[in-house]
Design a protein around this ligand. Structure first.
Ligand SMILES: *Cc1c(COP(=O)(O)O)cnc(C)c1O
Ligand code: SF4
Length: 338
């Protein structure tokens, strides 16, 4: 069997050759299709399976409990209803000011340029979000500019999604230049999981457009387990760090994936190897279909306490939850309800 040489394929062709059939995924991993209990295929119709082959290459063959696999494989439990688990847990539809703009926090707002992601994470809080109605078109730019200029507190724009790094460098550059033309904007943040699931996305042209911008660039990647960070992925991230781009990581605390202090300690050290700083550890957003990833508050407390004890302070991610209507992410720890 020939190993899949994803390092040699450009990111565009990897993005157009995603795995979308759960059976193909299981075959590659040498797992039985029995793994797909009835209902799993229905779940994958609701929120399509979508996985880059480079991400599958980091999974362990023959292991049905692989922590990377569990993040992406549709599960029949997604079809269950649970009290408190809803389609829009963060009330984002209310915060949606105009196409593409999601402004909830004082100095910064989300600009969603695409609804597409390279990977579909089963726990995603946006799995039910109506992206397509919300994307800005070129003619919306004037309105976005006016919006920013009417809010002098805004100094940072966060490209979010969907995943902004599924866009071509050309499109990305157009938007970054537009934003850089507004003097009050100092910082540009990019929230993306693509560098983790298709490390080749960090290509020369991306690096050069980021390093040549007037804006201070912060890339926030999303990785939940050290196995997502193989040597190649780390070396790609390190290329950005070398160009003075701040690279941070956000993770989500997920039952079955990373609900152990040791796994999270390993993740922090692995990130640090690549020059990436742990930023947030999110408690699961209570989105319909993700209940089986949820943890008990006392388990979360226990894990976080051990993290604090086992890591230097600078490698401890902030444990937070996004609460609908709040003006910032809410720090958690030692609270009775999560
Ligand atoms: C998390 C989030 C941000 C960014 O918050 P930081 O705490 O600055 O990382 C901005 N807008 C929305 C809607 C968010 O959910
Ligand atoms: S927005 Fe992020 S968490 Fe959600 S599916 Fe896309 S990559 Fe995964």
């Amino acid at each position: 069997m020939i190993n899949y040489l994803y390092q040699e394929q450009n990111w565009q062709s990897q993005l157009s050759d995603l795995i979308t059939d759960p059976r193909e995924l299981l075959n590659i991993l040498e797992l039985s299709e029995q793994q797909l209990l009835s209902g799993a295929l229905l779940a994958s119709n609701q929120f399509k399976l979508r996985i880059p082959r480079a991400f599958v290459a980091k999974m362990q063959k023959g292991n049905p409990l692989d922590p990377l696999l569990l993040q992406v494989l549709p599960h029949h439990l997604e079809l269950e209803d649970h009290p408190g688990f809803v389609t829009d847990p963060l009330g984002e539809e209310q915060a949606n000011q105009q196409p593409g703009v999601l402004h909830k926090y004082k100095s910064r707002f989300l600009l969603t340029l695409t609804g597409a992601c390279a990977v579909h994470c089963r726990y995603c809080f946006r799995r039910h979000f109506p992206y397509q109605e919300n994307l800005p078109k070129t003619e919306d730019w004037d309105n976005i500019r006016n919006y920013i200029e009417s809010q002098p507190d805004i100094n940072e724009v966060i490209l979010s999604g969907g995943d902004p790094l599924t866009l071509s460098n050309r499109k990305l550059n157009i938007w970054i230049e537009r934003l850089a033309s507004i003097p009050q904007i100092k910082f540009l943040r990019i929230h993306s999981r693509v560098p983790i699931v298709i490390p080749n996305r960090v290509d020369e042209s991306l690096i050069s457009l980021l390093k040549n911008s007037r804006l201070r660039i912060i890339l926030v990647v999303h990785s939940n387990h050290a196995s997502e960070l193989d040597d190649f992925t780390c070396s790609q991230l390190a290329k950005l760090v070398e160009q003075n781009i701040t690279v941070l990581n956000q993770a989500v605390l997920l039952n079955g994936v990373n609900n152990s202090a040791q796994v999270l300690v390993d993740l922090s050290y692995r990130l640090f190897d690549a020059g990436v700083m742990p930023y947030y550890l999110h408690v699961l957003d209570k989105v319909k279909g993700a209940h089986h990833f949820d943890l008990m508050p006392q388990d979360i407390d226990h894990i976080y306490k051990e993290l604090l004890a086992n890591l230097p302070g600078y490698l401890v991610p902030k444990l937070v939850r996004e609460i609908a209507g709040e003006k910032n992410k809410t720090p958690l720890f030692g609270v009775s309800t999560y």
